[in-house]
Design a protein around this ligand. Structure first.
Ligand SMILES: C[S@@+](CC[C@H](N)C(=O)[O-])C[C@H]1O[C@@H](n2cnc3c(N)ncnc32)[C@H](O)[C@@H]1O
Length: 248
C-alpha cells in the first residue's frame, strides 16, 4: 500500500462532502448489463472510501460489503453507513471467500490496484456468472470552463496526469482476453463554488503537494470561476465511464 494511495485519509471528510455521487442511470445500466437486479444481490464494493457508492448500492436494495484500506476513510464510512459490513483490505488480496459475490464494484478505485493481483482476486471472489463493474466519473473536457481549468491545473502541477479530469489508465489494465462491455453515462450537478473547489482540492495532485502550496492556486481559481459563474453556483459536467466484465 503506497503512501499516495493512503493519502485519501488526509481528506476523508472533505472527500465525502465534496466529491460527486453517481446518477441513477449508472445503476440502471449495471442492472441491464449484468442482467440481474441489484435488489438482493451480494455486492462487494472495493476501495469503498467514505461509502459514496456503497450507500447508493444499498439504496437500490443490494447487500453490500465494503472493502477499504484507509483507516480514516473507513471510519467516515462507518459513521455515514452504520450497519454496512466493512473489512479493511485491498483489492489485490480480498479478505473474502471464493464465489461469495454476485457483483464486485470499484467506484473510482480500480486504478489504485495492481491488476496482476486484483483481476484474479475478483475472479476468485465472484461466483460463476457474477460481474465485475468498474467506473469513473470523468469531467467533460468538451465544456469550455472545464477545459480551461484542466489547463490551469496542468500549468500549476507540471504536465502530470492529475487525476481530477482525465481517464488515463482506467479499465485498460483489465486482461486483454476478458470480454467487457462499456457504457458512457453523461450527467451534471450544480454545487456551490466552495463545494466545487473542495472537490477539486481532494484530488491527489493537490493532496500530495500540501495545503500551503495549493493555497495560491485555489485563490486564483476562485477568481477565475467567479468570472464564469457570478452567482457562485457551478455546474459540473461528468460522464460516468462504466466497464462490466462477467466471470465465465
Ligand atoms: C477515489 S477513492 C474512491 C472512493 C469511493 N469508491 C467513491 O466512489 O467515492 C479511491 C479509494 O481507493 C482506496 N484504495 C487505494 N488503494 C487501494 C487498493 N489497492 N485496493 C482497494 N482500495 C484502494 C483508497 O483508500 C480510496 O478510499
Amino acid at each position: 500500500m503506497t503512501e499516495r494511495a493512503l493519502s485519501f485519509d488526509a481528506v476523508a471528510d472533505q472527500y465525502d462532502e465534496a466529491r460527486p455521487g453517481y446518477p441513477p442511470a449508472l445503476f440502471d445500466a449495471i442492472e441491464e448489463l449484468t442482467g440481474r437486479p441489484l435488489k438482493g444481490s451480494r455486492v462487494v464494493d472495493v476501495g469503498a472510501g467514505t461509502g459514496i457508492a456503497t450507500r447508493l448500492l444499498r439504496a437500490r436494495g443490494a447487500h453490500v460489503t465494503a472493502v477499504e484500506p484507509g483507516p480514516l476513510m473507513a471510519a467516515r464510512l462507518r459513521r455515514a453507513a452504520p450497519g454496512v459490513p466493512l473489512v479493511r483490505g485491498l483489492g489485490d488480496a480480498l479478505p473474502l471467500a471464493d464465489g461469495s459475490a454476485d457483483l464486485i464494484t470499484y467506484a473510482q478505485s480500480w486504478h489504485w490496484t495492481d491488476p496482476a493481483r486484483s483481476v484474479p482476486e475478483a475472479l476468485r471472489v465472484l461466483r460463476p456468472g457474477g460481474a465485475l463493474a468498474l467506473w469513473w466519473n470523468i469531467s467533460d473536457g468538451e465544456v469550455p470552463w472545464i477545459a480551461a481549468q484542466d489547463e490551469r491545473v496542468r500549468r500549476w502541477a507540471g504536465d502530470v496526469h492529475h487525476g481530477a479530469h482525465s481517464a488515463a489508465g482506467r479499465a485498460g489494465n483489465l486482461r486483454a482476453a476478458m470480454d467487457r462491455t462499456e457504457r458512457r453515462i453523461p450527467w451534471t450537478r450544480r454545487v456551490t463554488l466552495d463545494t466545487h473547489l473542495a472537490n477539486l482540492g481532494s484530488h491527489s495532485v493537490f493532496r500530495t503537494r500540501g495545503e500551503q502550496a495549493a493555497a495560491g492556486f485555489f485563490a486564483d481559481e476562485r477568481a477565475e470561476l467567479l468570472a464564469v459563474f457570478p452567482d457562485g453556483t457551478v455546474e459540473e459536467a461528468y460522464a460516468v465511464e462504466l466497464t462490466i466484465t462477467v466471470r465465465a
